[in-house]
Design a protein around this ligand. Sequence first.
Ligand SMILES: CC(C)(COP(=O)(O)OP(=O)(O)OC[C@H]1O[C@@H](n2cnc3c(N)ncnc32)[C@H](O)[C@@H]1OP(=O)(O)O)[C@@H](O)C(=O)NCCC(=O)NCCS
Length: 153
Amino acid sequence: MSRAEITFREGRPDDVIPMWKIDQACFDAQTAYTVDIFYFHLLVGRAPAFVAEDSKKKIVGFVLCAVEKKKTGTIVTIDIVEGLRGKGIGRELMRLAEKALRGRGVARIELQTAVENEAAIKFYESLGYARGKKLPDYYAAGRDAFQYDKKSE
Ligand SMILES: CC(C)(COP(=O)(O)OP(=O)(O)OC[C@H]1O[C@@H](n2cnc3c(N)ncnc32)[C@H](O)[C@@H]1OP(=O)(O)O)[C@@H](O)C(=O)NCCC(=O)NCCS
């Protein structure tokens, strides 16, 4: 599957299960989100979310956001299926997410990633996110995260 065959659209509440399944495949039990988190952000929070679909309309990646505080947005998570990483899908999902957050008046975007997640660290830094403090035991005991943030231009 080439990048050219991937299409992007806004996420909908009925995307929750495919999103959650991709997240389950990406992370271990301590780091993966429960399905309730997806329902909460998509249904209750009505937060921006975007999905990437292959030519058969199967979801192969997504980004889920939140607007936590006034003028601060969060990238809750972004996950691409393993076989389609490194093709620019994540970058395009982040572009769409940042644009949607700006449209909601967000001036600063923050996110967290596990300190050992080198791909995600390189990914976010390539997109201009600046590393902040280390968050000890963020995911579970001994599972630290880095805080990242970026001004929403
Ligand atoms: C992190 C993740 C979302 C990146 O998505 P992606 O579609 O593979 O990334 P892209 O192809 O858009 O990469 C954009 C840039 O990020 C950087 N990057 C992405 N993956 C990288 C890797 N494995 N190693 C080094 N740099 C990387 C590169 O600078 C890349 O630009 P380039 O291709 O021009 O060099 C993806 O690896 C993923 O889903 N990982 C598993 C889930 C996860 O860890 N999510 C983050 C939660 S905090």
